[in-house]
Design a binder for this molecule. Structure first.
Ligand code: COA
Length: 332
């Protein structure tokens, strides 16, 4: 039988500063009513001046350590999901390794935008399932405020900053842990959701700054439509190939980009309100961090009990999308 991996520890960090819809009303031509009804967002957290993605992830790890007795020196691998690394290199994983004192770990960053957590978890599961490693830390951290144009109402209302970490380890009990996963990608999505400036295509220059190329660009309507269909499709495919239906799901934690996207997915999966975790109202879209933030919130609210079937699904830039199914194993 396949060795199984499971989540054995969790932690989160959200910066103190809150940017509410009412604050945004004073910055761009928008309204609390428009943002709430079109997206489900009421407020988002914004990193302090100089606070980078590695800092946020390290604070999330401190939260994990407060909750669970984990020795950082026992961590074998650190996988970081982020599109807002502190810098191109060294990797954010290296910076987090140094910050938290995980001196025996190696690691790397992956770039899969809003699907980053699902992608990273698939790699972590593989590293544990094949018996190579025992403790893999997955950190999802995005400082979206650093690539958001706060004069553009199309995007500035949508994003927030946060980090969350989970530890993946082998499980002795075959009834628990990660059951299955699916990841997908369609590179034709490159034209609809991107940040063009600063890479090798358009290295940083006065021109890239003048043209605001270091900010997120998004064609919202296209992304919206695909997010609904792809997130639902991949979730249904994963459930079906494991002989489950929506009725078996204990908790669905979808990527939090827009409450209307979540509602449409929930309808396609035929889930009831009590089966889905929605926290977009207080955090907005924190990119890679949305699902693990949802895991911590669900756990803290007593909505994740050992044996519950947890379905996670994401869609994001690339386009990338994917889904993971697990039996929750962590006691409160
Ligand atoms: N405040 C007020 N009005 C706004 C606004 C804002 N913040 N942003 C856009 N509008 C306006 C538009 O200019 C447009 O005006 P017009 O009709 O006069 O042209 C109108 O509201 C409707 O815009 P539209 O783009 O049709 O709105 P929408 O219902 O598609 O919602 C998004 C826009 C961005 C909220 C939605 O498309 C979305 O959530 N997309 C996916 C986001 C996402 O998932 N991104 C991350 C990757 S997973």
């Amino acid at each position: 039988m396949r060795r199984k991996a499971t989540i054995t520890a969790i932690g989160k960090y959200v910066p103190e500063k809150i940017l509410s819809n009412f604050d945004l009303e004073k910055m761009v031509d928008t309204s609390d009513e428009w943002i709430r009804t079109r997206t489900g967002i009421s407020e988002r957290h914004i990193a302090a001046e100089g606070e980078a993605s590695s800092d946020m992830a390290s604070f999330a790890f401190q939260d994990l350590q407060r909750r669970f007795d984990i020795d950082p020196q026992e961590i074998d691998v650190i996988i970081v999901a982020t599109i807002t690394p502190d810098m191109f290199f060294p990797s954010t994983a290296a910076l987090i390794q140094y910050n938290i004192g995980a001196t025996n770990a190696w690691g790397f960053d992956i770039s899969a935008a809003c699907s980053g957590f699902v992608y990273a978890m698939i790699i972590a599961a593989q590293l544990v399932e094949n018996g190579l490693y025992k403790k893999v830390l997955v950190a999802a951290t995005d400082t979206m405020s650093t690539i958001t144009d706060y004069t553009n109402r199309d995007t500035c209302v949508l994003f927030g900053d946060a980090a969350s970490v989970v530890l993946v380890e082998p499980t002795e009990n075959a009834e628990f842990g990660i059951i299955d996963y699916l990841a997908k990608m369609d590179g034709s999505g490159k034209d609809f959701l991107y940040m063009a400036g600063g890479g090798s295509r358009h290295p940083a220059s006065h021109e890239t700054i003048d043209k605001k190329m270091h900010y997120i660009y998004q064609e919202g309507k296209t992304v919206f439509k695909l997010a609904v269909s792809k997130m639902a499709d991949v979730s249904i495919e994963l459930l079906q190939r494991n002989s489950f239906t929506g009725a078996d799901v204990g908790l669905f934690i979808p990527h939090q980009a827009n409450k209307r996207i979540i509602d449409a997915c929930v309808n396609r999966l035929k889930l009831k309100d009590g089966q889905v975790l929605i926290n977009i109202d207080k955090y907005a879209n924190t990119t890679a961090a949305t699902i693990p933030l949802g895991i911590v919130d669900g756990y803290d609210q007593g909505r994740l009990k050992p044996g519950d079937l947890l379905l996670m699904s994401a869609f994001g830039g690339g386009f990338t999308w994917g889904s993971m199914l697990m039996r929750w194993s962590l006691l409160q």
